[in-house]
Design a protein around this ligand. Structure first.
Ligand code: ADP
Length: 145
């Protein structure tokens, strides 16, 4: 069933010049990008987004990381987009991620792991509403051109 997932290419992806390579993998997989923008993440939105982590001792490190520069937000659409994008990212800790995933192929540390993908359809809906206005979402039908 068609789903949407909220993707964040984190500041390390931007700083390391990997936006294109990561985005290519998403497109090669067959997923459709229906919204995309570069922006800074505010601390308030980060606290909402990582609400499950704000009490962790390493949360200040996450804030420093996620606010060190711009990120790229995307909405990715397709069959099983939520599970498929998690699979494409790999495990949170790149050391545990399967080879062939973004995190295993491009990252080594759990904090600087390059990409966020929604972990459930319910969270995807909330995350999309948190980071995108309805008018920024560009649903379209693929044409054979
Ligand atoms: P995921 O991003 O795979 O959904 P989490 O929601 O558990 O994983 O964690 C959110 C982000 O917080 C991770 O992607 C990573 O950047 C950072 N993080 C998670 N655990 C740690 C940790 N133990 N130390 C430092 N940063 C962490």
């Amino acid at each position: 069933m068609a789903e949407r997932s909220l993707i964040i290419l984190k500041p390390d992806t931007v700083h390391r010049g990997l936006i294109g390579q990561v985005t290519t993998r998403i497109e090669q997989r067959g997923f459709k990008i229906v919204a995309m923008k570069m922006a800074l993440v505010s601390q308030a939105k980060l606290d909402e987004h990582y609400g499950h982590l704000t009490s962790k001792p390493f949360y200040p490190e996450i804030v420093a990381y996620m606010t060190m520069g711009p990120v790229v937000f995307m909405i990715v659409e397709g069959d099983n987009a939520v599970g498929g994008m998690r699979q494409l990212c790999g495990a949170t800790d790149p050391a545990q991620a399967d080879m062939g995933t973004v995190r295993a192929d491009f990252a080594t540390t759990i904090r600087y792991n390059l990409i966020h993908a929604s972990d459930s359809v319910e969270n995807a809906t909330a995350e999309i509403a948190r980071f995108f206005e309805e008018s920024e979402i560009c649903g379209y039908e693929r044409k054979a051109i």
